[in-house]
Design a protein around this ligand. Sequence first.
Ligand code: FAD
Length: 311
Amino acid sequence: MSEIRDVVIIGSGPAGYTAALYTARAQLRPLLFGSSIFVGGSLTTTTEVENFPGFPDGVNGPVLMENMRAQAEKFGAEMIDDDIVSVDLTGDIKLLTDSAGTIHRAKTVIIATGSGYRKLGLPNEEKLSGRGVSWCATCDGFFFKDRDIVVVGGGDTAMEEATFLTRFAKSVTVVHRRSTLRASKVMQDRAFSDDKISFAFDSEIAEIKGTGGMLGGVVLRDVLTGATRDLDVTGLFIAIGHDPRTELFTGQVELDGEGYIQVDSPSTRTNLPGVFAAGDVVDHTYRQAITAAGTGAAAALDAERYLAARG
Ligand code: FAD
């Protein structure tokens, strides 16, 4: 039987690494599972991060994540680059099984598994991520001053992203597969009244073009007629939703209607004693590295207090 750890953390993004740093400094010897194929989380799929405090010249996403990891390891956090494939979090001692079938035991678990942006599934999409293709206007809008941009999606997020991007962009074209938007009326009205925003309804992205390693435009397809046309843009923002990585916890940890973990806000407590959640797996709203790191710190402090009270 494996030893019973004070804290096991699932997830290697800013939330998980920050929780590891805090619990390591509290002498709790955390063990973190950080995925077999996607170590370091979402920021490893981008290039420059300009809005993480402390880096006046910006910082490369993968470098930031390596530094977060090294900082937690320096204080004794143990990292295993593997997936947790099943859990039983309902008992006093939590059981977590890794991909080799080894069962790990813990008094507390911090869930920081993040969420994934939905993708279009087109060639070049992943390759040009951070090179003209983006899923986050707040993160990347600043890089698109005086550029022509296309936003894909018809919901509130897409309208919010499009409207926000007009602060920087020369023009924003919203591409939506249907003839009407799903966004709330107020968000639609705001977008319709913005001179910089135009709409391509009944349309989808048929091709993402690359030029010299950067986005070189897109091809639009009319879904009714099949006709295609080139759109000369240097920015493509995909706003068709995101999926929290919570499959593993379904039936144990309380989720909301969209599959995000519900916490007893402003704490990070879930419905299960000793189980805490942080970062994008909880967060519909802010979805930033700094907010994920912030709730990761909160989860560590919540776990520490739970352990102290448990004795
Ligand atoms: P994530 O970073 O998603 O990390 C979760 C990790 O947990 C992943 O590695 C995942 O594989 C792992 N995991 C999941 N399930 C398991 C399991 N069962 N076992 C083991 N491991 C598991 N934010 C900013 O503030 N500034 C930016 O400039 C910025 N740019 C971005 C650019 C891109 C392309 C993307 C995609 C996001 C960007 N963001 C940016 C958003 C930011 O990356 C996220 O808000 C943040 O990473 C969320 O952190 P997290 O720790 O909650 O989850």
